[in-house]
Design a protein around this ligand. Structure first.
Ligand code: ASN
Ligand code: ZN
Ligand code: CA
Length: 331
């Protein structure tokens, strides 16, 4: 069935739902297979796939469009639709049929924990868990780039399986930030407009950014031999900065009303190839060349191999991949 959702972050949208035998509609996506449940504030560490309750509704019109809504279905509208958008991004861009490329849909939980200002993917329950934000400035963690980020953790687990510590952990996080942000570019929603800011809607003004990751006060702009000792959400800065440079090039630029200014190591200059090509190169590197122990030096090799496959070793795309890594001090 096709319902109507009054979402928090993307206005009024259509929702793929299922009419059940008892005459009520449920947040079961019949096309992509994911289902969306209320965790009823159970904590992330206590959840499993059979926890919580499936969202159901009599008239197939869901939510009230408000952040911090008292209507518990509102966060579910965004979570359900943005999971569908992520599925569609992978299918139409890369021909990937779901997280494991086997058509199986995940379980999506909203209202996890109490004032849990986070979201995560779990391989164990094949589920995404989203919290309600901090209760003051950060609303429910169900916006497009966040859902794209968490679902991409599942894709990474099913492919390169980058170990979640050290430099491979930074690459794992960068993969989720990069491809999660590409879901936002794919959706091209006029309210949640595409940008190079991560979690800008649910953690305003943003949680991380790609042009100069160190602006968050924690993330690395460049590789150094100690970068793998940072938290994985900060060593990811090297990969995120590579993605911005490869996509848009070095220097200052305003895109969709947001100003960026991306520095490079040793003043090297990079000419951008656009984020579609840069992300296609990353995805091929992730799914064909990276392994659980790939580090930043290995990522340079993996993306160069991917660029060679896709565009040729003498292409401008190949040259940009190399220049962008040099720009983040991965040599
Ligand atoms: N939102 C975080 C992430 O996906 C949650 C975590 O660190 N487990 O990386
Ligand atoms: Zn993550
Ligand atoms: Ca964003």
């Amino acid at each position: 069935a096709t319902g109507t959702g009054h979402s928090e972050y993307t206005g009024d949208i259509s929702l793929d739902t299922t009419l059940q035998a008892n005459g009520t509609f449920a947040l079961i996506d019949p096309v992509r297979g994911h289902i969306t449940k209320d965790a009823h504030n159970v904590s992330s560490s206590s959840l499993n796939s059979s926890s919580g309750t499936l969202f159901t509704d009599a008239d197939n019109i869901w939510g009230d469009g408000r952040k911090f809504s008292t209507d518990r279905a509102t966060a579910a509208v965004d979570a359900h639709a943005n999971t569908a958008k992520t599925f569609d991004y992978y299918k139409s861009t890369f021909g990937r049929n779901g997280i494991k490329n086997d058509g199986r849909g995940a379980t999506v939980f909203v209202h996890v924990g109490t004032n849990w200002d986070n979201a995560q993917w779990s391989d164990a329950c094949f589920c995404m868990m989203t919290g309600d934000g901090d209760g003051t400035t950060d609303p429910e963690q169900v916006d497009l780039d966040t859902m794209g980020h968490e679902m991409t953790h599942g894709v990474t687990s099913a492919t390169a399986n980058l170990r979640y510590s050290g430099e491979s952990g930074g690459l794992n996080e960068a993969t989720s930030d990069i491809l999660g942000t590409m879901v936002e570019w794919y959706a091209n929603n006029p309210i949640d407009t595409p940008d190079y800011l991560f979690s800008d809607q649910s953690t305003p003004p943003w949680l991380r950014r790609f042009d100069k990751p160190s602006l968050d006060g924690r993330s690395a702009d460049y590789w150094s031999k100690s970068v793998g000792r940072l938290d994985v959400h900060n060593s990811s800065g090297v990969g995120n900065h590579w993605f911005y440079l490869a996509s848009e090039g070095s220097g200052a630029k305003t895109i969709n009303g947001v100003s960026y200014n991306s520095p490079t190591y040793n003043g090297s200059t990079v000419t951008g190839i656009g984020n579609q090509k840069a992300s296609a190169i990353w995805y091929r590197a992730l799914t064909v060349y990276m392994t659980s122990t790939t580090d930043y030096k290995g990522a340079r090799t993996a993306t160069l191999n991917a660029a060679k496959d896709l565009y040729g070793a003498t292409s401008p795309e190949y040259a940009t991949v190399a220049a962008a890594w040099t720009g983040v001090n991965v040599l």
